[in-house]
Design a protein around this ligand. Structure first.
Ligand code: ATP
Ligand code: MG
Length: 284
């Protein structure tokens, strides 16, 4: 076991400068920075329980990556660091070149626009009288008004197939519809990376399939926390296994799911009779 990592003083950190990826594309243009770069992230909760022990994870722009791991592995703790809800541990998180720095409020606001987190329970995310107001809430906070705001709301609802529900109260919708609206509230911010915590949980098979279609159609980087391994295989060419606060494996989803020793070691179980080799690999 690694010793508990104590909080670092943010003043010890380098200044919050955009970090350019030194790699270049074939035409010699500087490549865009990765959507997400987590380096040496370690975190202990205030009660002293250490949940992360030095996580390194880079997600390139446009990738869809599944974050797998048993209960208590640290997946949600990691997600809560991506937009600065949790801070104060060691290491760094950088979103499209912008460092998550709790002492820089302007940078933090921009990070929160760039990282759209869809929580497991849509009711944590929907609190306005109508769907339209819920989806407008974030963009309105960034200063969008009038026709521009209306167009943004329409765009986000169209992406999840919920335009017809704009004037309905969210609490009158089904769970699956509320999850779609929760995705729309995040898409309305035009995020750099969409982070979903258990997106398929509590969905019936048709809603689960429809949400997969929506996620596949989006032109956005996706990090998806899931215990639904067939869903990870269907949607994410790459998976990362988090085990006891460290990255235990990182590779093509199918390879990981076919690695019986890895699966056993991290309490990952495929549904009875499911053969990952029988599913064609998803397109990136
Ligand atoms: N507020 C907290 N205070 C202290 N310890 C916590 C707190 N929240 C989570 N933990 C602990 O941190 C560890 C990681 O928890 P986390 O919620 O990140 O796991 P997870 O991988 O998301 O699990 P699950 O699959 O059950 O959602 C667990 O051991 C958990 O008990
Ligand atoms: Mg969790």
């Amino acid at each position: 076991m690694v010793d508990a990592v104590t909080a670092t003083d943010p003043r010890d950190e380098p200044p919050n400068e955009p970090v350019n990826d030194p790699r270049t594309d074939p035409r010699g243009e500087p490549a865009p920075p990765p959507s997400l770069d987590v380096s040496g992230l370690a975190y202990a909760y205030p009660d002293g329980h250490q949940a992360l022990f030095g996580v390194d994870l880079t997600v390139a722009r446009g990738e869809r990556v599944a974050l797998l791991g048993p209960n208590g592995a640290g997946k949600t703790t990691l997600v809560l660091h991506l937009n600065g809800i949790l801070t104060g541990g060691a290491g760094s998180v950088t979103v499209a070149g912008l460092r998550v720095d709790p002492s820089d409020r302007a940078a933090l606001a921009e990070v929160r626009r760039r990282v759209g987190i869809v929580f497991q329970d849509p009711d944590d995310q929907l609190f306005m009288p109508t769907v339209r107001e819920d989806v407008a809430f974030g963009p309105a906070n960034t200063g969008l008004r009038g026709a521009e705001l209306a167009a943004r709301v329409h765009e986000a609802l169209a992406l999840v197939g919920m335009e017809e529900y704009a004037d309905r109260p969210p609490h009158h919708l089904s769970f699956g519809q509320r999850r779609r609206v929760a995705v729309a509230t995040v898409l309305a911010m035009r995020p750099e990376i969409l982070v979903l915590d258990e997106p398929s949980s509590n969905l019936d098979p048709a809603s689960r399939r429809e949400l997969a279609g929506i996620l596949r159609s989006l032109d956005v980087t996706v990090l998806m926390v899931t215990h639904d391994l067939p869903y990870a295989l269907e949607l994410c060419p790459r998976s990362v296994v988090l085990g006891e606060g460290v990255i235990a494996a990182d590779g093509p989803t199918r390879d990981l799911l076919c690695d019986e020793a890895l699966m056993r070691a991290h309490r990952l179980e495929l549904p009875f009779g499911f053969d990952p080799r029988s599913v064609p690999p998803p397109h990136a």
